[in-house]
Design a binder for this molecule. Structure first.
Ligand code: AMP
Ligand code: GLY
Length: 418
């Protein structure tokens, strides 16, 4: 089969890497891809959001199956356009991707179907939001309704900060139309766990758990980022919690989407907070996490393409999804300055020194310049170590990290310790 993967980050490299092991896959294209992906797939210079051009390409090349890694094309309706043209594609349709694309939608869904989440109110007028804040206790969380590159969530320690957040989002339109509404919600205390799942509209199969380190610096200091590293499994996600989530969160969410006439096919990502008062949903994403995919997919046994095809064909219940009894840790190597400003174009050294089969280097922001791989983004590489236990996987990942260098390279030294 000929497969097209849409996206260009570490997550897409992990998807391409796993698909490349499938016996059914003859050729992989990736749009737009990166220098690491280019070692396994033919990269095509089409933007992930240029849906018509992607559909033309898929038709031209007679692509048998397309997998969307990123969120933006999903919200723009790439799945709908491909389906209209009779092209097979894995991911949620536009009306289901709203579960990630609108926080007011997802919060209202959870309320309507009794899915545990933080208490909240939605506002489409800044004056009402400011009035409401006057009677609240702090900290409190102010969220832009729409997609804001992961930056639209502000934890506010007092009224002044919350007021500034509301004005920035709703009046100054810091995140554009994503700020037409805000969600103001209760601040939850606990540990965050990410659980991704395969969905075919009716059946949901959760993957092994993972935890993400979002802050830029060690000990969870510094700014929020897209994710500086991950590990899988989570130490706190017990069998008991898993059973609770399956009955109270995972199945009810899929059922709710079906009842709303928005059946969800694709990867549904549950951002969970494990609190003293039980597990609550922080957010949903309609795609694999980045860098969660880089620790979860290496633990998947068997053929990823078979599972994704079963989702699209609505026969996920017939498939056995199995996992290795091991652990994985991914350390992100970032450009110094990320998530703010940083320089790119620095040569990356040491990539050829990695031959261990329990270390995988996933490329995120890389490019090829003359015959040299250079930095080309904030998050540059993700080094995944795989071992029997988490402690060993941490050591393995950092052994890989030590072999790689580029100018201004920055990474956290405490990935996997939480
Ligand atoms: P979200 O995009 O909604 O997942 O928010 C991004 C991050 O903000 C989460 O991963 C949490 O670390 C934090 N966060 C979001 N909502 C809350 C909340 N209600 N209480 C505490 N932290 C939160
Ligand atoms: N790492 C979190 C996300 O992909 O949204």
């Amino acid at each position: 089969m000929k497969v097209l993967v849409v996206g260009s980050g570490g997550r897409e490299h992990a998807i391409v890497w796993k698909l490349s092991q499938s016996k059914k896959v003859d050729k992989i294209f990736c749009a737009p891809g990166n220098a690491g992906i280019a070692q396994l797939a033919e990269c095509v210079n089409i933007k992930a959001t240029d849906i018509e051009a992607l559909a033309d390409f898929a038709q031209d090349k007679a692509i048998d199956f397309t997998v969307v890694g990123m969120d933006d094309p999903l919200m723009l309706g790439i799945v709908d356009v491909f389906q209209e043209r009779g092209l097979k594609i894995f991911g949620p349709t536009k009306n289901a991707a709203i579960i990630e694309g609108s926080k007011s939608f997802s919060k209202n869904l959870m309320k309507k179907y009794n899915i545990p989440t933080a208490n909240y109110e939605v506002f489409d007028d800044s004056k009402d939001a400011l009035e409401y804040l006057k009677s609240q206790s702090f900290p409190i969380v102010v969220k832009a309704d729409g997609l804001a590159l992961g930056k639209g969530v502000l934890i506010c320690n007092n009224y002044e900060e919350a007021k500034e957040a509301v004005i920035d989002i709703m009046e100054n339109k810091k995140f554009g139309d994503a700020g037409n509404k805000v969600v103001i919600e209760e601040f939850l205390v606990g540990q965050e766990v990410s659980v991704l799942s395969f969905c075919d509209g009716d059946t949901i199969v959760p993957m092994v758990s993972a935890q993400d380190h979002k802050r830029a610096l060690d000990n969870d200091q510094g700014l929020n980022t897209g994710g500086m590293g991950t590990f899988s499994p989570s130490r706190i996600y017990t069998q008991e919690i898993q059973n609770y989530c399956m009955e109270k969160i995972f199945k009810p969410t899929l059922e709710a989407m079906k009842k709303e006439g928005r059946p969800f096919t694709g990867i549904l990502f549950f951002g969970l907070m494990v609190t003293e008062n039980g597990v609550k949903v922080l957010e949903y994403n309609a795609r694999f996490g980045d860098p969660e995919a880089q620790v979860v997919l290496p633990r998947l046994k068997g053929d990823l393409l078979e599972i994704l095809e079963a989702c699209v064909d609505k026969r996920l219940h017939e498939i056995k999804v199995e996992w290795e009894d091991n652990a994985a840790v991914c350390v992100v190597l970032a450009s110094g300055g990320y998530p703010l400003s940083y320089d790119t174009g620095f040569p990356i050294f040491g990539l050829d020194n990695l031959h261990e089969n329990n270390i995988i280097v996933f490329h995120a922001g890389t490019a090829k310049k003359d015959d040299q791989i250079v930095t080309n983004g904030g998050r540059v590489l993700g080094v995944t170590g795989i071992a029997r236990t988490l402690d060993e996987a941490i050591r393995t990942a950092y052994q890989g990290v030590e072999k790689i260098r580029f100018e201004n390279m920055h990474y956290r030294k405490d990935i996997g310790i939480k």
